[in-house]
Design a protein around this ligand. Structure first.
Ligand code: F6P
Length: 532
């Protein structure tokens, strides 16, 4: 499938793309949505390469598949489900049909119910036993945690509601440290779980309920649930008026746009939450209508395919020069790796090429003083995805923001330009000579020609965050369709869950470790000897 692209790559692999980079290329290899601009000119993709990549989109039927997704067809074929997180941000309410039924009236009614509840929590008319709610604890994991936790962190400047806490890990340290700073009489606990069976979430929810019941008479009144499983939320004792449901066509890692975003809505208010949805919807409209060579999600996906499947770079770094996006890399790890980390194609055949890449990152400039050494001089090439705003939220400190921007742009420039041996010699010629000069200079050489993309935007508002998240969602979709995999299941998490269940009685000392492998049995024994 990638033959033409690989042949093209072989002919240009040694070319230094800095030599191609003039103002015309910078304009040609950029695309915009309003003020958001995606620049992929600092890569080795040229006009021929781009044409071949776009051919791939046509050959793999990406447009038809995209329309099938927006149209409510069951493109999650292994689970027989539609994929319609886009309906959650379809604020205009244009009909979206699933199995002959328009889902939009329910979606919009639930959004209104969320807004009403969030407003009452925020204005103090919904109270706990001790009065107005001071703290909200979202208990969830994976997609029921990472989305709202990332967005609440990203939109911290808009946070004017009660304090929000996110508990995900079954490690008791997580819940214990959160409960320790909350007052049970003024805390709302939101149990966020699509299935309402996830062991970590249900264990933490029970712990929170036990904590609250020591001093609150009606704990159920201070719990809300976000789930597709109304029967299970009722069994847990949460009244229907505080249960916010959604359908199985919302995948966990795509769910922050609906009820799973309730904690975010309480933090920033319904109006800001709707602005976030509108940002996502603007990216949807762009994805559906812009030609491929101007289409941000398609171009972001194609740079991903180029770097991973064609150039063979196994990882990519997401490097937001925006401290409020500190949790974005973790969020994208689930979005991208749980979606496109698959070993078989839709029909069950082994993938004849690599699946999606390892995704990792940290906000700049912190990463510069940690792992950028390897990105600049290590032996592996790591494509970098930079992002930066024109302005921060602290106008009085704009000089500091400019320093941040300078650092971001300097990194992509340094990765591209590198530093050759002669220049490196010049840097230390006053200190060394002869063989020592050569040796010292070689340590100061940067190979350069290392690719990066840069996403810029005016400011990290709720709408811009919505655009960024939807951009990456659709990027994952396009890469998944090109690779021929199902981006919407996650069978790869099942085996570990099953084995944890069978190991639980073993670590509790209720069952023998004899049928376990030697290593696992020895580790259990050693932990038990240390007080497990
Ligand atoms: O184990 C993986 C996973 O199913 C994710 O896809 C999901 O986001 C997470 O667990 C949490 O699931 P739930 O919302 O059902 O608790």
């Amino acid at each position: 499938m990638f033959d033409a692209l690989k042949s093209h790559h072989a002919t240009i692999a040694d070319r230094r793309f800095a030599d191609m980079l003039d103002a015309a290329r910078a304009a040609d290899f950029s695309a915009t949505l309003g003020d958001m601009r995606f620049d992929y000119s600092k890569t080795n993709i040229d006009a021929d390469g781009r044409a071949l990549l776009i051919d791939l989109l046509d050959a793999r039927g990406v447009a038809d598949r995209r329309d099938a997704m927006f149209g409510g067809q069951a493109i999650n074929e292994t689970e027989g489900r539609a994929v319609l997180h886009t309906a959650l941000r379809n604020l205009g309410g244009a009909p979206v049909m699933v199995d002959g039924q328009d889902v939009m009236p329910d979606v919009l009614a639930t959004l209104d119910r969320m807004a009403d509840f969030a407003s009452r929590v925020r204005d103090g008319s919904y109270t706990g036993q001790g009065g107005a709610i001071t703290d909200v604890i979202n208990i969830g994991i994976g997609g029921s945690d990472l989305g709202p936790a990332m967005a609440a962190r990203a939109l911290q400047p808009y946070h004017d509601g009660p304090r929000c806490h996110f508990v995900s890990n079954v490690d008791p340290a997580d819940i214990a440290q959160t409960l320790a700073v909350c007052d049970p009489a003024t805390t709302l606990v939101i149990v966020a779980s699509k299935t309402f069976t996830t062991i970590e979430t249900m264990t933490n929810a029970q712990t929170a309920r036990d904590w609250m019941s020591a001093s609150v008479s009606d704990t159920g009144a201070q719990f809300a649930a976000l789930s597709t499983a109304a029967d299970k939320t009722a069994d847990f004792g949460i009244a229907p008026e505080r249960v916010f449901g959604f359908a199985d066509w919302v995948g966990g890692r795509y769910s922050m746009w609906g009820p799973i975003g309730l904690s975010l809505m309480i933090a920033i208010g319904p109006d800001n939450f709707r602005a976030f949805l509108r940002g996502g919807q603007a990216m949807d409209d762009h994805f559906r209508t812009a030609p491929w060579d101007q289409n941000l999600p398609a171009l972001l996906a194609l740079t991903g395919i180029w770097h991973n499947q064609i150039c063979g770079y196994a990882t990519r770094a997401v490097l937001p020069y925006d401290n409020n996006l500190a949790r974005l890399p973790a969020y994208l790890q689930q979005l991208e790796m749980e979606s496109n980390g698959k070993g078989v194609s839709m029909d069950g055949a082994d993938l004849p090429y690599h699946s999606g890449p390892v995704v990792w990152g940290e906000p700049g400039t912190n990463g510069q003083h940690a792992f950028y050494q390897l990105i600049h001089q290590g032996t592996r090439v790591i494509p970098c995805e930079f992002m930066v705003a024109a302005r921060g939220h602290d106008d009085g400190l704009h000089h500091q923001h400019r320093l941040l921007v300078a650092n971001c742009l300097a990194q992509s420039e340094a990765l591209m330009m590198g530093r050759d041996l002669d220049t490196a010699r010049g840097k230390v010629a006053d200190k060394f000579d002869g063989a020592e000069l050569d040796r010292q200079a070689r340590h100061r050489v940067f190979p350069g020609n290392r690719p990066s993309t840069t996403l810029i935007y005016p400011k990290l508002t709720p709408a811009v965050l919505g655009q960024i998240v939807a951009l990456y969602e659709h990027r994952v979709f396009v890469e998944g369709v090109v690779l021929g995999i199902n981006s919407y299941d996650q069978w790869g998490v099942e085996l570990g869950k099953e084995l944890a269940t069978s190991l639980q009685p073993v670590v509790e000392g209720q069952a023998s470790a004899d049928d376990k492998d030697g290593s696992t049995a020895a580790l259990v024994a050693a932990l038990q000897a240390q007080g497990l």
